[in-house]
Design a protein around this ligand. Structure first.
Ligand code: NAG
Ligand code: NAG
Ligand code: NAG
Ligand code: NAG
Ligand code: NAG
Length: 671
């Protein structure tokens, strides 16, 4: 029986707790380490979402953005030539989509990882301490996401880490067969696999191997590196595991673990492990909610009850202390709370946050569904919640994959996706709430409230910077496809933030691949996009050009003429004004005061960006440089705007970056 365990599965994951599981049988820990074929009697320190589920050690339970740790219950005072082996299973939440990973760690203290963050920090580091030599940490990571920030080679790799997640050595997951060929393995296959880590204190050599369960330890290790652990670790250390999930999640389980601080680790007993693997399968099937009490049958002795009572009291005290620490910390650091916040996005939470998606909480309706304002009950954080229903099952899968990518995008001028929740055929996307609404309302709304030139110019620069990040700075090219004033939201400091990025394209995944729906909004659609239906960086730049004009002129991209009722394109209207020598007359009359040079720059650059010929448009990096006045906007005449690529003069005026007109269709395309 496992009397204490049901309690731990109920602990709020965000409370980082240490619980000590002590059983008399394992209280003695000799200098030659330990071997656990299952963890029901293991002496472990566990925290975060980690728990003992059945006989398995479940480091994460499938919740998004969560962290779990487990250490051997006592420190080792001297480790020299250590050796360890463990068997693990990573079960991704959606068939072949899983997020983040697990690591074997040797650390100076058991609570040194308490401030660790999920997602790309793997539950080992946070943004402050990553890379700091004072971490005194050695880790072997099994990482299931590619993160270019840390130089990851691919989304499925094993790495040796010292004090940071930029591995000193890493390799695609797999093993060398006896005949010397490399055989790849998928970490998120849901199949058990075994890892060996061996360190030689004399040569400072560390070997890491991986193999399918029940296969021999490979002769040739996957990774072999020289690391002087004496200079990295203090003499007294904890050994254990850290694990984390991201926007996408997996269940990370350890089946068996053997460790010896000064010599060969004892072999695992595979016949005992097969039962533990069955427990993991059961856990996976029943989701993350494991009811151990029910499993262990009806026989509960008086001694056990006493233990439960004592443990409950102990746990209550720990919870109170932890709550206090948590509240204090949450107040101190908003960032921490946001990073972990998304773990709790269940449909129930989101329904509670919006009074059951009440119409009173409706912020608006978009092309992709309704958007609600919500107040998360736990963190008291304001969020915007968008309900989307992809049109097909296939659409849903791709949607989730791409949303994961979007969840990794971080830029101060993008509306941050905090997480998502899936409910039946619906996806609920949770974003930062933007208190000042959309720029569209401010520019064209009925109310007198407007934005002064300083802020408008700032918003233009901000959106340019956000778009530049999507196009050029991130590992994949992201085409926004729907840049317009109503997709620019204003935060509490009136900074512009681009929302809905990628969603235009995402939404089309669900529909028939042969019929390309034209995504975008009239007035912002580049001529070649209307003709060919293919979005590129250049079509985004076109829309951004129209957006710049819209912000400067306070006029919609297509406006009906008062005199004859004919629709007029904003770009044509501005060009006409320029040709008649009154370019600055197009500036929004609501602006009492503006900087003439800046307004002229914005108008001319806006026209250049919305040039009918894609190759004449500058790339976003160049647009940024013009806007911050690092590079002077070339002097061109209004006649340049009506040139076609067949005109002879045209070539002399090309100022764009070479890549802007090439066709790269969004998220799935690399550069
Ligand atoms: C490393 O951590 C120490 C102690 O926490 C701190 O004083 C120092 O500034 C950190 N160094 C860096 C580069 O972050
Ligand atoms: C090497 O062994 C693996 C299985 O262990 C086998 O699939 C592969 O074909 C072998 N390759 C060669 C070149 O013998
Ligand atoms: C690491 O692997 C190499 C090659 O198989 C072997 O010679 C060396 O002894 C191994 N070192 C340790 C510490 O196991
Ligand atoms: C390893 O580090 C220790 C402590 O810093 C140092 O005394 C020792 O000389 C180092 N060994 C090698 C081979 O660099
Ligand atoms: C291995 O585990 C099985 C099943 O739990 C047990 O019967 C057997 O005695 C164990 N073998 C060793 C060598 O401990």
């Amino acid at each position: 029986t496992h009397p204490a365990i049901p309690e731990t599965t109920m602990l709020p994951h965000s409370l980082l707790l240490c619980l000590l599981f002590l059983t008399p049988t394992s209280a003695s820990y000799a200098n030659d380490g330990f071997a656990y074929d299952g963890f029901s009697h293991a002496m472990l320190l566990i925290d975060g979402v980690a728990s003992i589920a059945g006989r398995a050690l479940m480091l994460t339970d499938g919740a998004a953005q969560s962290v779990g740790h487990a250490y051997y219950g006592s420190r080792f005072d001297s480790i020299s030539s250590f050796s360890t082996t463990f068997v693990f299973i990573i079960t991704p939440s959606y068939s072949d989509l899983g997020g983040y990973g697990l690591a074997f760690t040797i650390s100076a203290t058991a609570d040194s990882l308490l401030d660790a963050l999920p997602s790309q920090y793997m539950g080992i580091f946070n943004s402050q301490n990553i890379g700091n030599v004072t971490n005194h940490l050695f880790a072997v990571e099994l990482d299931t996401i590619r993160n270019s920030e840390f130089g990851d080679i691919d989304a499925n790799h094993v790495g040796i880490d010292v004090n940071t997640l930029v591995s000193i050595n890493s390799h695609t997951a797999g093993y060398y067969t006896p005949n010397g060929t490399f055989s790849p393995l998928s970490l998120i296959s849901g199949k058990p696999m075994q890892v060996w880590v061996d360190y030689d204190d004399n040569s400072h050599h560390v070997n890491v191997s991986l193999a399918p369960y029940l296969e021999e330890k490979p002769q040739r290790p996957l990774l072999s590196s020289t690391v002087n652990l004496t200079s990295i670790l203090p003499s007294s250390v904890y050994v254990g595991f850290a694990s984390a999930t991201g926007t996408l999640s997996s269940i990370h389980s350890i089946i068996g673990w053997s460790f010896n601080p000064n010599g060969e680790a004892k072999p695992l007993n595979y016949s005992a492990l097969s039962g533990v693997i069955q427990d993991v399968r059961r856990n996976d099937q029943s989701g993350s909610q494991v009811q151990l009490g029910a499993q262990s049958g009806s026989h509960i002795s008086g001694g056990v009850i006493t233990t439960v009572v004592i443990l409950s009291v102990f746990i209550t005290i720990v919870i109170i202390i932890a709550l206090y620490v948590y509240m204090k910390k949450a107040r101190k650091s908003g960032e921490w709370e946001i990073d972990c916040g998304s773990s709790s996005f269940t449909y129930k939470d989101l329904a509670a946050a919006t009074n059951g998606f009440s119409d009173r909480m409706l912020l608006g309706k978009g092309g992709f569904g309704k958007v609600y304002k919500g107040l998360l009950q736990n963190s008291k954080q304001d969020v915007a919640i968008k309900r989307v229903s992809p049109e097909s099952k296939q659409g849903m899968k791709e949607f989730i994959a791409e949303i994961t990518i979007l969840g990794h995008l971080r830029h101060r001028n993008l509306v941050q996706l905090l997480g998502y929740s899936r409910h039946k055929s619906e996806l609920l996307l949770v974003y930062d709430y933007m208190p000042n609404g959309s720029l569209d309302r401010v520019l064209h709304g009925q109310d007198k409230r407007t934005v002064d030139w300083f802020h408008r110019f700032n918003i233009i620069k901000g959106i340019a910077s956000g778009l530049c990040y999507l196009h050029e700075d991130w590992e994949k090219v992201v085409i926004h496809r729907d840049i317009k004033a109503s997709n620019v939201l204003l935060d509490n400091e009136m900074n512009g933030r681009l929302g809905d990025f990628g969603l235009a394209r995402l939404h089309n995944h669900g529909t028939d691949a042969h019929t390309t729906h034209l995504a975008g909004t009239w007035g912002y659609i580049a001529p070649e996009l209307a003709r060919l239906g293919r979005a590129t960086k250049a079509t985004d730049v076109f829309a951004f050009g129209v957006f710049m004009l819209e912000v400067a002129c306070g006029r919609r991209p297509i406006q009906v003429n008062d005199s004859d009722g004919e629709p007029v394109l904003l770009t044509d209207w501005v060009v006409d004004a320029w040709e008649s020598g009154s370019l600055l007359k197009t500036v929004d009359p609501k602006l009492e005061d503006y900087v003439r040079e800046e307004a002229e720059l914005v108008l001319k650059l806006g026209l250049l960006c919305s040039h009918p010929v894609p190759s004449a448009r500058p790339c976003m990096r160049l647009v940024m440089q013009y806007l911050v006045k690092d590079v002077l906007l070339p002097d061109f005449q209004s006649s340049f705007l009506s040139l076609t690529s067949r005109d002879e003069e045209f070539g002399q005026h090309i100022l764009s970056c070479p890549s802007v007109a090439t066709t790269i269709t969004g998220l799935s395309g690399g550069r």
